[in-house]
Design a protein around this ligand. Structure first.
Ligand SMILES: [Fe+2]
Ligand SMILES: [Fe+2]
Length: 134
């Protein structure tokens, strides 16, 4: 895979992490259930950390991170639909990162993506546990 292609792919990842950061931050403001709200807030910080890691990979390879995100889908007004949306985002991320790991031959990028996948799996578990409790 060419360097330009890797930068493009990392930027798509970066935008997904940006969207997750904003969606989780906003949901943590409006979720009334204390435990779910605090967990969503803490995980939004993890997603922002993923942005930093990806931005580091992008700039090291001569690219620039893009902040051009799509329209945000927060899930809905009730906790069930918010948690379902958040689980969907984690699942989507795990699927995309796993595919990318198969395609990329850059050791540093693969290492970071593997680390992110581990965290997304933990996030999904946290959200699933809260959904099951409802
Ligand atoms: Fe993430
Ligand atoms: Fe996540």
């Amino acid at each position: 895979m060419e360097k330009e292609e890797i930068i493009k792919m990392l930027n798509e990842d970066f935008v997904r992490e940006l969207e997750a950061t904003m969606i989780y931050s906003y949901n943590s403001f409006i979720i009334e259930n204390c435990d779910s709200s605090r967990v969503t807030e803490a995980i939004s910080v993890d997603e922002m950390r993923h942005m930093w890691w990806l931005a580091d990979l992008i700039t090291k390879r001569g690219g620039k991170p893009t902040m051009k995100h799509k329209e945000l889908d927060f899930g809905g007004d009730d906790l069930k639909s918010q948690l379902e949306r958040q689980i969907q985002l984690e699942t989507e991320g795990i699927k995309i990162y796993s595919q990318q790991i198969e395609e990329i031959d850059d050791e540093e990028v693969v290492g970071v993506l593997k680390h992110i996948i581990d965290e997304e799996k933990r996030h999904r578990k946290e959200f699933r546990m809260r959904l099951e409790e409802l």
